[in-house]
Design a protein around this ligand. Sequence first.
Ligand code: MN
Ligand code: MN
Length: 460
Amino acid sequence: MSDMRNELFYEQKNGYDLIPLEERVKLEEYCSGYIGFLNSARTEREAVSFSVAEAEKRGFVAYVPGMALQPGMKIYRNNRGKALMLAVIGKRPLSSGAVIAGAHIDSPRLDLKQLPVMENEEICYFKTHYYGGIKKYQWVTIPLELHGTVALKDGSVTDVCIGRNKDEPRFVITDLLPHLAGDQMKKTMAEGITGEGLNIVIGSVPYDDEGKDRVKLAVLSILNDLYGISEEDFLSAELCAVPAFDVCEIGLDRSLIGGYGHDDRVCAYAELQAIFQVEDPEKTCVCILADKEETGSDGVSGMQSSAFDTFMEDLCTAQSVELRRCFENSFCISADVTNAFDPNYPEVSEKRNEAKINYGMGICKFTGARGKSGTSDASAEVVAYLRRIFEKNSVIWQMAELGKVDQGGGGTIAKFMANRNIDTIDAGVPVLSMHAPFETVSKFDCYMTFRGVLAAYSEK
Ligand code: MN
Ligand code: MN
């Protein structure tokens, strides 16, 4: 009787029951590297800089169109400092397809408006326009730090970073005290804090002179001292406020990682570490770190941009292969996070099909909303292929779905890859409190996502 159950039932097990102790050492090692990465890469630009530096240490060279390609060569293409493509050239020609993994390195945050500096009642603020899907009430009364880039008229570019180092000041958006929040508390959570209300406090001491906006003048003079910029330079700046929390271990057993931007730098890091392990692959391996996923993958650095096609077409041209032939034989893991079942909020999930913490890499056959709209529904054959290579490589994984039917939904870059005629499937790390200023993932799932991408890259 029980033998028959073993044979016929599909039972999932907690990942910690499935791996040997030695593997836990590797898992911890991998995760401490990831914590370092997440602490230093708070924006897509910083993630690109980190990745390029690490890639160059491992022999990757900047690809120049027209470059001759040899099997085993390691190249990268930096797309405007905001997205990155890396490849290790395979022994087989690109007509037999590439193995692609694509993650995104942008995360929800508060972008500064183009004329952000405002003084109101002798307090100085940055006005913001939030980026990506956020619950606005989560972004008040937390420490914030400032990151970004100011492009000047003379063509020079200045990087800005204030608040990352311990001795630097930080910023905050204030909220009402409960004593006076009677009316606010009657509003819905969507209305309690408004988009135009997300104003960041940046100073309060007036400049020592007569005239108006003395606090603003004082703040601008500090910025001028630090970066040589004036108010007009904000017009051509990309600055954003991100949570100033350090990434840390969570739980007495230290089994989880809390931090800002797991979505989707946790998968970006997994891909990066996986492609760093690839030597002389059969098929060409490609790692994409994309921008703009959180706002729909539009724009030159998003996955809908033809920057990717251009890069791949350049590689194909070097081998006299047609790009469309390469794409139709390629396989892509769209490495993006998924929801982790949260026992505090069971009502939004259908437990049987939702990913669980510590159960491994989460495979989403489809995403979308309202009857699978807006998704690339991976074929059964593609799922079977993953089952096969994950079993062969002892990758612990689980099937995942983003919430109950009609509860909501979401998307990834998967459909933009699949629309290129590339067999694509979503797979990544299950996250608790996704899109919050402080998200939580399990170390086990982070490590297995790395192992999963590596299994795909290693496949003959
Ligand atoms: Mn994502
Ligand atoms: Mn997201």
